[in-house]
Design a protein around this ligand. Structure first.
Ligand code: ZN
Length: 608
């Protein structure tokens, strides 16, 4: 029988615990503790409450929960003594049909994993789309996680247990994340377009104005038409722009009248280009989630008192040409004509890949004029919102599916060089050395401590190099990079000032000299308070806890921030939130929640 929330909310504690039997394998204490928080308004709220019970349990209880699970394709499967739920999951993933080689491999992995960690390997084998991972995917994941740190693996097992519980709850409540499944499939379909050299290896790479890039634009445009947008176009820079008009504008269009006071428009979107060998969701999620909302509005024959403009930005990653944010920048009125003369690694100039120029439809002069026309007038818009996969580990670690962005961090990047004295590693006494790399090591330790002090600043030395270094030579030179970010410009500037002062102190003390060159400085883009509050309300409407965090990475919203209020919503990434990597993933359920949150934001805007 299908369970409903009203039934669960009204049942006695014993009955309700029995209703949730089997959600967490052999561990009814989790349901019992979570049920204290009844009534649950949404299934997502129940899932969250159960996950938080596990998070707050002792390590011993967490280990017991993990150990209550069977091994994958293990003895319990062979002797058919698995729980009903586990049998269903292991057979959906095809584990009951292993070849003898696969079976032997899994036994060997089970043994190695147990020997290393002391608990069984847990994987939600129905996977992020719920259909079941392939045996190859399972074995690859197993091999990868065998190399993990025990503290991390313990948490990763728990996260997989929460995902298993989520799918079991969906089954119990007869709820399928239909919109999330469709969104998943849209991403899968778009990921079929990939640049040569990557496509052959099953890797996703879509850089500016390649054949794959233009195919992506066409596919997004076609899908927008199918969703019921009133107008869809691809602009001269390759941005795909879909408009779903407001109630009065659409009435006027249909009656052939010119609207007297046009209603304002909500601007949203993200980018569809990718880094090399990237993930399926970076950027694209922020195009597809609002498209899905528009489709649902259109299906229901609903118009809102404002228009919705969804933009698939053509270029954000700066991979083929050093023109990062070229697409969203153009909407703010910024375009550097020098970019047109830039060449890619094959010597192809940007001006020769832009279809409008390459097909000689326009002269360069006309093109620049056309690009200038892409500038949006902020008076026409309510603001800009962007949905994006988190690209970081925070939501994943805390078991929160959604996160409200408080600010896009401001950053400063520098390249530096320390000059000391190269000398013989055997003959130079320690007290007379002027070791450039040792100075950098001290700087690195300080950098870490100083950023930690702020709580939410980050600082990284991502490159360090001893030119012509040798095992028996005290480094005379050390080149390095600095990347420092913080949620406000003031906090970033204080961080940078302290780091620079300490670098000078360390170098003076060690008798080495230092030169630094600033290579980038980007302002922080704090979320507009009213828009951030709207996202908070929208997340609350889905029933999951409101969690706020800054964005460490840059996004198109940073550019729009220059001309209109903006705020972002993050969606949890799997695999520690890894991004710019093929392992980037999110789940059908999390995508469904993103659609629900976006729809709640639209409803709220429509009411107020
Ligand atoms: Zn992105």
């Amino acid at each position: 029988m299908t369970l409903t929330l009203p039934t669960l909310n009204a049942a006695s504690l014993d009955e309700a615990t029995a209703h949730l039997d089997g959600v967490y394998e052999h561990s009814p204490w989790i349901a019992r503790a979570a049920l204290a928080q009844r009534p649950f308004a949404t299934l997502a709220a129940l899932k969250s409450a159960m996950a938080q019970v596990v998070t707050q349990a002792s390590r011993e209880q967490q280990l017991q929960l993990i150990r209550a699970h069977p091994e994958l394709a293990g003895k319990a499967m062979v002797s058919q003594s698995l729980t009903h739920e586990s049998t269903n999951e292991q057979s959906k993933a095809g584990l009951t049909n292993c070849s003898p080689d696969e079976f032997a491999k899994l036994q060997q992995l089970n043994q190695a994993y147990n020997a290393k960690f002391g608990w069984p390997f847990i994987l939600a084998v129905r996977g992020p789309r719920g259909l079941g991972l392939s045996r190859t995917q399972i074995i690859q994941t197993f091999e990868r996680r065998l190399h993990g740190h025990p503290d991390f693996e313990l948490q990763e097992c728990l996260r997989n247990i929460h995902r298993i519980a989520e799918i079991r709850l969906n089954d119990k409540f007869g709820q399928t994340p239909e919109l999330g499944n469709e969104l998943w499939d849209w991403h899968e379909s778009l990921a079929q377009h990939s640049d040569p050299g990557f496509k052959e290896n099953g890797q996703l790479t879509v850089t500016y104005m390649t054949e794959a890039h233009q195919a992506c634009a066409k596919e997004i445009a076609q899908r927008m038409r199918e969703c019921g947008f009133d107008s869809v176009r691809i602009d001269v820079l390759g941005n795909v722009v879909g408009r779903y008009e407001s109630d009065s504008t659409s009435r006027n269009i249909h009656q052939g009248e010119v609207p007297k006071t046009p209603q304002k428009v909500l601007l949203t979107g993200s980018h569809y280009d990718t880094v090399r060998n990237g993930g399926n969701y970076d950027g694209r999620l922020g195009i597809f989630v609002p498209m899905m909302c528009v489709r649902e509005l259109h299906k229901a024959g609903k118009r809102l008192p404002f228009g919705i403009e969804v933009v698939g930005f053509s270029e954000e990653e700066g991979q083929r040409y050093k023109a990062t944010f070229l697409a969203s920048g153009a909407l703010t009125g910024y375009f550097n004509p020098a970019w047109l003369e830039q060449s890619d690694s094959d010597g192809i100039l940007m001006k020769n890949v832009l279809p409008a120029l390459a097909e000689s439809a326009l002269s360069a002069h006309d093109l620049i004029a056309k690009i200038a026309e892409l500038k949006r007038d902020p008076h026409d818009y309510l603001g800009f919102v962007e949905v994006h996969i988190e690209q970081g580990p925070v939501l994943n670690a805390l078991n929160f599916p959604l996160g409200v962005v408080t600010s896009i961090n401001g950053s400063v990047r520098m390249l530096g060089e320390i000059t000391g004295q190269a000398s013989h590693a055997g003959t130079t006494p320690m007290q007379t050395r002027r070791d450039a790399a040792a100075a950098l090591a001290e700087i690195s330790v300080y950098l870490e401590q100083r950023a930690l002090q702020d709580g939410d600043s980050v600082a990284t030395i991502g490159m360090l190099h001893v030119p012509n270094g040798s095992i028996n030579v005290v480094p005379g030179c050390c080149q390095f990079s600095l990347d420092m970010r913080a949620p406000t410009d003031a906090q970033r500037d204080a961080l940078v000032a302290d780091v620079l002062a300490q670098i000078q102190t360390i170098c003076d003390k060690r008798g080495v000299s230092v030169s630094l060159e600033e290579t980038m400085r980007a302002s922080a883009a704090p979320s507009h308070p009213a828009w951030q509050a709207r996202w908070e309300k929208a997340v609350a409407a889905t029933g999951v806890p409101i969690f706020k965090l800054p964005s460490g990475a840059g996004h198109d919203a940073m550019k729009l921030h220059e001309i209109m209020p903006q705020a972002m919503l993050f969606v949890r990434g799997e695999n520690s939130g890894i991004s710019h990597n093929p392992l980037e993933s999110t789940t059908n359920d999390d995508m469904q929640l993103a659609v629900q949150a976006f729809s709640a934001l639209l409803d709220d805007l429509a009411r107020n």
